[in-house]
Design a protein around this ligand. Structure first.
Ligand code: PRP
Length: 180
């Protein structure tokens, strides 16, 4: 089956993203300025671009680790099950942790990951998401820092995919399906 044709309209420019990351980095450095134990955890795959730009703005001693989660809908129970596909390489007990997410949508992924990491008894556990869609939330989770709060649009780019494509766009775009 061929893919339905679509166009991508720029929604948040690369320049606006860079400026926002610079702002956020000040708050993060303030929070963690006294630590030499910070582990920055990127959630694969969507956060790989954001985490790369973010850590380069943090002149702190950081370790970088990754975790991959996937969530599956369960229509019968109208719930979502989150599975860990790839766990951290390192230990986080007693260490400060910053979880980096590209987008918080229903919130199931972030809530599950925060619960899992909290059970490993880290020091401070904080979260940052580049994008937040508060109107889609189904859980009581909220990231400590948000880049941009956006309406319920179909977004791609800057790490975020549509059918595994468009992750390499340098900006956040909105997918639009022109009328046939
Ligand atoms: C997307 C996104 C978040 C999650 C948010 O990941 O990257 O991790 O969904 O959704 P939620 O708040 O409703 O749980 P996806 O499962 O598409 O994987 P990917 O990051 O590999 O693209």
């Amino acid at each position: 089956m061929s893919e339905r044709p679509y166009v991508i309209d720029e929604m948040i420019s690369a320049k606006a993203i860079a400026a926002r990351i610079e702002e956020l980095s000040h708050a993060i450095k303030e929070e963690f300025r006294d630590t030499n134990k910070l582990v920055v955890v990127g959630l694969l795959r969507g956060s790989f671009v954001f985490i790369a730009d973010l850590v380069r703005e943090l002149d702190l001693p950081v370790e970088v680790d990754f975790l991959e989660a996937s969530s599956y809908g369960n229509a019968m129970e109208s719930s979502r099950e989150v599975r860990i596909l790839k766990d951290l390489r390192g230990q986080i007990e007693g260490r400060d942790v910053l979880v980096v997410e590209d987008i918080v949508d229903t919130g199931h992924t972030l809530k599950h990951v925060v619960g899992l990491l909290a059970s490993r008894k880290p020091g401070r556990l904080r979260t940052i998401a580049l994008l937040d869609k508060p109107s889609r939330r189904e859980t009581d989770v909220a990231a400590d820092w948000i880049g941009f709060s956006i309406p319920d649009e179909f977004v791609v780019g800057y790490g975020i995919d549509y059918a595994q494509r468009n992750r390499n766009l340098p900006f956040i775009g909105k997918v639009r399906f022109p009328e046939a």
